[in-house]
Design a protein around this ligand. Structure first.
Ligand SMILES: Cc1cc2nc3c(=O)[nH]c(=O)nc-3n(C[C@H](O)[C@H](O)[C@H](O)COP(=O)(O)O)c2cc1C
Length: 323
């Protein structure tokens, strides 16, 4: 498949990492990139927080060359703040700036941001226009199928956002109301793709190479984005790439390989965040890596008490003993 071009950047049409707040941090993105993600998106950052110089918000924007191509994701409901935030984001040198129009969290929605923008398409377009005017970095937008079942408007939104200057549209095929059931509506992604000229990213329920191929074949989307399918398996991107390019399903990684990758991931979190914070955050990642192994339930409990990097090394020894 030919590469996808957005602005001056080429993106391989394999699979990219979707944004995940509190999960897809720098270490996570680095691991996904290492194992083949063709694009990574950062954790959503508040435009207002950036404008008010909040240090924690600014940290979310940090990106390193080994994550490229990368999008920084911003959320907000005021065009002026969003434009200012784009200027601030420029300093971090991302290849793209993505605007979050899909977040379902009440704290975000109640401010008119995230998926609430699906109910105010004109404001959503004003935001895109303000961001496009503020920076030369391509602005992309991530939307959902609609706000709720009475307001399924992804196609209309995508057309308006394209007109406003968005360089690509990512579509998560669910409404704000739907959490993760029922399954994703890939028809809506297909319809958005038919309606706009800018690239469309298909997102939702891609957990393996077969579902990635189905997303491409059925919707004709330009890029597939994977979120939860990368939990504890950053190599899913390599699996998808190999299947799409060679029609080959890679064999499952060995236990030793999986454990080595987990240790590398957790040591990176320690490097970026310091051991104390890192080991708290590592608990969920370790549990995801160990899922499906013999005695997984017992190991999951042990994950919950990880305090030091040494603890995860000891846990690996235990896992090897019982597997
Ligand atoms: C823990 C978690 C955090 C998320 N954070 C964000 C976010 O910051 N911005 C965003 O646009 N979507 C966010 N999402 C939504 C995902 O990007 C994606 O649209 C959704 O999980 C569906 O994809 P999947 O079926 O591959 O998981 C998040 C999802 C999860 C599970």
């Amino acid at each position: 498949m030919e590469n996808l071009k957005i602005g001056k950047h080429n993106i391989k049409r394999t699979a990219g990492l979707a944004p995940m707040a509190s999960v897809a941090d720098k270490a996570y993105r680095y691991m996904c990139k290492k194992y083949g993600a063709s694009l990574v998106v950062g954790e959503m950052a508040s435009a207002k927080g950036l404008c008010y110089s909040d240090r924690k918000t600014a940290e979310l924007l940090e990106c390193t060359a080994n994550e490229y191509p990368m999008a920084i994701q911003l959320f907000g409901s005021e065009p002026e703040f969003m434009a200012k935030a784009c200027k601030i984001a420029e300093k971090y040198e991302p290849q793209f700036i993505d605007i979050n129009m899909g977040c379902p969290v009440q704290k975000v929605v109640s401010t008119g941001a995230g998926s609430a923008l699906l109910k105010t398409p004109e404001l959503a377009c004003d935001i895109v226009k303000a961001c496009v005017n503020a920076t030369d970095i391509p602005i992309t937008v991530k939307i959902r199928r609609g706000f709720d079942n009475n307001n399924i408007n992804a196609v209309e939104m995508a057309c308006m956002l394209e007109e406003a200057g968005a360089s690509a549209i990512a579509v998560h095929g669910r409404t704000r109301q739907q959490m993760y059931t029922p399954g994703v509506d890939i028809d809506i992604i297909k319809k958005v793709k038919e309606a706009v000229k800018v690239p469309v990213f298909g997102n939702g329920d891609v957990f393996d190479p077969i579902s990635a191929k189905k997303m491409y074949d059925y919707t004709n989307c330009d890029l597939v984005l994977v979120a939860r399918g990368s939990y504890g398996r950053p190599w899913i991107f390599e699996e998808i790439e190999t299947y799409l390019e060679q029609g080959v399903i890679l064999p499952e990684k060995s236990l030793d390989e999986k454990l080595d990758i987990m240790l590398e991931h957790i040591s990176l979190i320690c490097e970026f965040k310091g051991e104390r914070i890192a080991m708290r955050e590592a608990r969920k990642h370790a549990a995801w890596y160990l899922k499906g192994m013999h005695n997984a339930a017992k190991f999951r409990n042990l994950c919950a008490s990880l305090e030091k990097y040494e603890d995860i090394k000891n846990l690996v020894l235990e896992v090897k003993k019982y597997n």
